[in-house]
Design a protein around this ligand. Structure first.
Ligand code: SAH
Ligand code: SF4
Ligand code: F3S
Length: 467
């Protein structure tokens, strides 16, 4: 690239896949002499890495592009690109929609970004669209993170073949492809050399991972647990239809390295709705799967995703979703109103649910969950958890880390503890975050409950809401 020392700002929406893709974009652009900046006002290049999973994030992208009008008027050299799932989905439509956008690129075109940007800066450069899917398999990629820190995400699959009728992902990320097992192993070993202690294996449906050597997801998990010095391994997202006994066994026998936490979206508690969603399991099968998991991994902690107001969902069917939340005992739920998406089957269903009804159902679901969550977190009060410390907040002077169960815990302690696993006594357990106090080593070795605690209760009011 001819120009040196240009400044790039990237705005990221969506899931961890997009977050990883943003890291990749920054890394590639840094090699082309772009330095990252914290605000769009400072930038010569603005990229929006956009998410299309529901309508709301797409609207956010559109309104963000609008806010760059003035910047573009002031600086004609400014270039604006839109990528991610919205870039893949909308392609040239985005250019028709806003003259502020100079280039659009898809989820399989990230490695082309430096050359696209270079083209965008050429004199008389027209508008550019690069959004073809690469159909080659397997999926070759190396994790690119600028500052890996203590914990990071490693993509193991790309795309999805499940075609749940509500979901846009098969159209924005393409067909499912897996990385060869040997590549994942090498990648993880490189990350460990850079200081990584925990990885989360990432894919839309990690359970259907299949290496060209024939290894499945359980095999990959076990190889990583046995052959690397990682302290912790997590994975997301699991699909109930593909989560099997073999995987539960591997998780159990590789504890505590493999964390005792599973995110297992059930989407709806009604078998009829699940069928219309093309999820591949019934309510009863999901419940049986949870029973199998709990029988194998007694202390497992579960979280889930739920959609309310899917087309045709009756009040009774919605109540079946509520009853799942009340009976299974999820410690975290992510619940969404159904949002019709382009290309998907469910968007064409004629029995769409009124927005007011969706709003009301979502509010009722959260209310029901709150009761369950308040009750469930009580058991953590006073417990001592092993926390892998991930970061230190200079402003607040506190450490943050996670427990094996994926609980975010905040406590006072020295910055030097970042990267270490420490014991923390939970002093206040909110549904989403915990406060705690560091337990000294004396405490651990002496095993005494009343001594050795560093009296370092945090004073952060409104912590729950501010995170
Ligand atoms: N691959 C994961 C989910 C990826 S999308 C899985 O199969 O579980 C994350 C979540 O967004 C989904 O679990 C679903 O609950 C929600 N979601 C996806 N499409 C949606 C839509 N059209 N409307 C509302 N929520 C949706
Ligand atoms: Fe979407 Fe279903 Fe694939 Fe998840 S499994 S990404 S919900 S199509
Ligand atoms: Fe969004 Fe694409 Fe992820 S649609 S949720 S960024 S796969």
């Amino acid at each position: 690239m001819q120009d040196t020392n240009k400044r790039v700002y990237i705005s990221t929406y969506g899931c961890q896949m997009n977050v990883n893709d943003t890291e990749r974009m920054f890394s590639l652009l840094e090699m082309a002499n772009y330095s990252p900046v914290a605000t769009p006002e400072q930038a010569d290049l603005i990229i929006i890495n956009a998410c299309s999973i529901r309508e709301k994030p797409v609207h956010k992208v559109y309104s963000e592009v609008g806010t760059f009008r003035l910047l573009k008027e002031r600086n004609p050299q400014l270039r604006i690109g839109v990528g991610g799932c919205v870039g893949q989905q909308e392609k040239e439509n985005l250019l028709k929609w806003s003259p502020l956008i100079d280039f659009v690129f898809g989820t399989d075109s990230i490695d082309l970004l430096p050359s696209l940007v270079e083209k965008a800066y050429e004199d008389n450069a027209g508008k550019i669209v690069e959004a073809k899917f690469q159909h080659r398999s397997p999926y070759h990629i190396e994790t690119m993170v600028r500052k890996p820190g203590v914990a990071t995400f490693v993509n193991i699959t790309k795309g999805c073949d499940n075609f749940c009728t509500f979901c846009v992902v098969p159209y924005t990320r393409g067909r499912e492809k897996s990385r060869p097992l040997s590549h994942v192993m090498e990648d993880v070993k490189r990350l460990i050399q850079r200081g990584i202690k925990e990885i989360t294996l990432l894919g839309q449906n990690v359970n259907s991972y299949e290496s060209e050597c024939g290894a499945d997801f359980s095999d990959l998990l076990e190889r990583l647990a046995l052959e690397t010095p990682l302290e912790r391994i997590r994975f997301t997202t699991s699909h109930p239809k593909d989560f099997n006994q073999k995987l539960a066994n591997v998780m159990f026998r590789n504890q505590p390295k493999v964390c005792e936490y599973i995110h297992l979206p059930f989407q709806s508690g009604s078998t009829r709705i699940l069928e219309r969603m093309n999820r591949g399991y019934t309510r009863e099968e999901y419940i049986e799967k949870i029973a199998m998991i709990r029988a194998t991994i007694p202390n497992v902690v579960l979280s889930t995703d739920i959609i309310v107001g899917f087309p045709g969902e009756t009040e009774e069917e919605f109540l079946e979703t509520i009853s799942m939340v009340q009976t299974i005992g999820f410690e975290t739920i992510f619940a969404f109103k159904y949002s019709p998406r382009p290309f998907t089957k469910a968007a064409k269903f004629t029995d769409q649910i009124d927005e007011v009804v969706k709003d009301e159902r979502l509010a009722r679901l959260f209310k029901a969950y709150d009761v369950v969550a308040q009750e469930m977190v009580k058991r953590y009060d006073g417990q001592i958890l092993d926390i892998l410390v991930e970061d230190y907040d200079e402003k607040r002077g506190n450490l943050h880390g996670r427990s094996s169960q994926n609980k975010n815990v905040y406590f006072i302690g020295d910055k030097s503890l970042v990267g270490q696993t420490v014991q923390v006594k939970i002093t206040k357990a909110f549904p989403a975050t915990f406060r705690g106090e560091l337990v000294t080593h004396d405490f651990v070795t002496a095993g005494a409950v009343t001594t050795g605690l560093m009296a370092q209760e945090m004073e952060i009011s409104g912590l729950e809401n501010s995170l």
